[in-house]
Design a protein around this ligand. Structure first.
Ligand SMILES: Nc1ncnc2c1ncn2[C@@H]1O[C@H](COP(=O)(O)OP(=O)(O)OP(=O)(O)O)[C@@H](O)[C@H]1O
Ligand SMILES: [Mg+2]
Length: 316
């Protein structure tokens, strides 16, 4: 087992809205070991992107702590943050909007190197850009192409090359393959896993697609309306899901080889609400088939063995 690289302690990110305070991330606790991938899953609006941005301090923290390599991220000075920005990167879903349409492939990859003054001269810069293009599998002939001339997979490779330029340690990957054709998704996932092996990278991998995280993650965290309701090693979670929400989420994965007509009772019923001024108890109560009066008490992630944590009193 490796050392912990990133730890969140009682992390909170609230937004003020006209309807009250929205608890996008509420009392979230987890850690990620060096070289490992934490998959973060949950329905749209459960706070996955907000969590990713808050741990990188792209959004101010409302409460709690983020420790990166033991250092409190919120307490870092401006100059410490500039150094940290090299070590932590983020990759978004839509490679088209994360690239400047007026910048060629080579210019886009050179940009972070220039900003941080990494290369001593032009020749060194060009060599480094070439090396990064090789690393992510973009042929040299695309160096002068512009984003609109590339397909989605190549665009995402450019984004990955940019994020690798400064030799980061930790990357938040926010739905990095969701906008890509299924046939290309596997190529990009394989590239990301190869890079992880070669460079010892640590990932937080955000997705609503459970089949994608299963492939790439060591541990999986399940979020529901701003809270982490379950966390476990990947095989343990798929084999032995405990929280009724996780059970429903896994049951909702389409099973193409089995009976085509999916059993209605397996799908999650009810609407997801917004976590505005939430009550203290479990937020899944309105949709939970097993809800009991005890669920109105605050639920904490509890260790149920095998590195498996569940926020449901029925397992404590
Ligand atoms: N800047 C903001 N101001 C107010 N509310 C916000 C803001 N950003 C996010 N939210 C709210 O916070 C909650 C979590 O949003 P977030 O984008 O983190 O969810 P997500 O899990 O990434 O969803 P998706 O799967 O659709 O990307 C949502 O209710 C959202 O409306
Ligand atoms: Mg999101």
């Amino acid at each position: 087992m490796g050392d912990v690289l990133l730890q969140a302690i009682d992390l909170k990110k609230y937004f003020s809205t006209p309807r009250g305070e929205l608890h996008a991330v509420d009392n979230v606790n987890f850690s990620i070991r060096k070289g490992e991938t934490l998959g973060v899953v949950g329905e749209s609006g459960c706070g996955k992107s907000t969590l990713g941005r808050t741990i990188l301090r792209l959004l101010p923290i409302t409460g709690g702590q983020v420790l990166y390599d033991g250092q409190d991220v919120a307490k870092m000075s401006k100059s410490q943050m500039i150094q940290m920005r090299k070590r932590m990167q983020i990759i978004f879903q839509d490679p088209y909007s994360s690239l400047d349409p007026r910048m060629s492939v080579a210019a886009a990859i050179a940009e972070p190197l220039k900003i941080h003054g990494v290369s001593k001269n032009r020749a060194e810069l060009n060599a480094k850009v070439q090396e990064l293009m090789d690393t992510v599998g973009i042929a040299e002939r695309y160096a002068t192409s512009y984003p609109h001339e590339l397909d989605g997979g190549r665009r995402q490779r450019v984004v990955i090359a940019r994020s690798m330029a400064l030799n980061p340690e930790f990357i938040v990957c926010d739905e990095p393959v969701s906008a890509l054709d299924v046939s290309i998704q596997a190529q990009i996932l394989n590239l990301m896993m190869d890079l992880q092996d070669q460079m010892g990278l640590t990932y937080m991998f955000i997705t609503h697609d459970l089949s994608v995280v299963r492939h790439i993650s060591d541990h999986i965290a399940v979020m529901y309306l701003g809270e982490m309701v379950e966390k476990a090693p990947v095989d343990e979670l798929f084999r032995n899901p405990r929280h009724p929400y996780t059970v429903a989420l896994l049951a909702a994965i389409p099973k193409p080889n089995l009976d085509q007509s999916q059993d209605e009772s397996e799908l999650i019923k009810g609407e997801v609400s917004s976590p505005i001024e939430p009550k203290p108890g479990c937020r899944f109560i309105p949709r939970c088939p097993y809800a009991k009066p005890e669920c109105a008490e605050p639920q904490e992630l509890k260790d149920v063995g095998n590195e498996h944590f569940v926020a449901c009193w029925q397992y404590s």
